[in-house]
Ligand binder design. Structure first.
Ligand SMILES: [Zn+2]
Ligand SMILES: [Zn+2]
Length: 173
């Protein structure tokens, strides 16, 4: 008897894909072996006994906090304990909210300097800070999502870097 790992694709950064995987996860999980559990209670690392595919289980808080599994590259359990993979829902939500924030608002540079210590950027009109530090302050109070931290891989890394570069361009122009 083979396994079903090959029947599951890499999750696309789309809401439907994540919702679909949440639904499939309960059955899928039964066929996998738990390798490690992160003390944060959020992330788990699983392995398929048959093909040795690794999977990470995470909770998508933006999707009713549903648990879902996604394929991850080979990783040493010890290393995984130190740094988990960024879950696709986290990347999706971060990129979507940042994209909306940066494209729907107009940011004009004023003549004033940013009030952040040692920052030499000009502040955005009507604000105390430059756009970079304005975003940081909104992240600190939770109005904007934190930049995802953790290990990125394959497609997600490419997409994330592409968007980050676009964001940087807007922020620095
Ligand atoms: Zn398998
Ligand atoms: Zn600044």
């Amino acid at each position: 008897m083979g396994c079903e790992c090959n029947n599951f694709d890499v999750i696309e950064l789309q809401r439907n894909d994540i919702s679909k995987r949440i639904k499939e996860t309960k059955t899928l999980k039964k066929k996998l072996k738990l390798l490690a559990k992160h003390p944060n209670g959020e992330d788990q690392l699983y392995e398929c006994d048959k093909c040795e595919q690794l999977w990470q289980g995470s909770y998508a808080w933006n999707f009713g906090n549903g648990e879902y599994l996604f394929k991850v590259p080979k990783v040493d359990t010890e290393k995984w304990h130190v740094e988990q993979f960024v879950a696709p829902d986290e990347i999706l939500i971060y990129l979507a909210i940042m994209d909306r924030f940066l494209t729907e608002n107009r940011f004009e540079v004023s003549e004033e300097f940013c009030k952040k210590d040692h920052c030499i950027n000009k502040a955005v009109k009507g604000l105390n800070f430059c756009l970079k530090h304005h975003i940081k302050s909104l992240q600190n109070i939770g109005t904007l999502p934190q930049t995802p931290s953790g290990k990125l891989f394959e497609t997600y890394e490419k997409i994330f870097k592409k968007y980050q570069a676009i964001f940087e361009q807007i922020i620095m122009s």
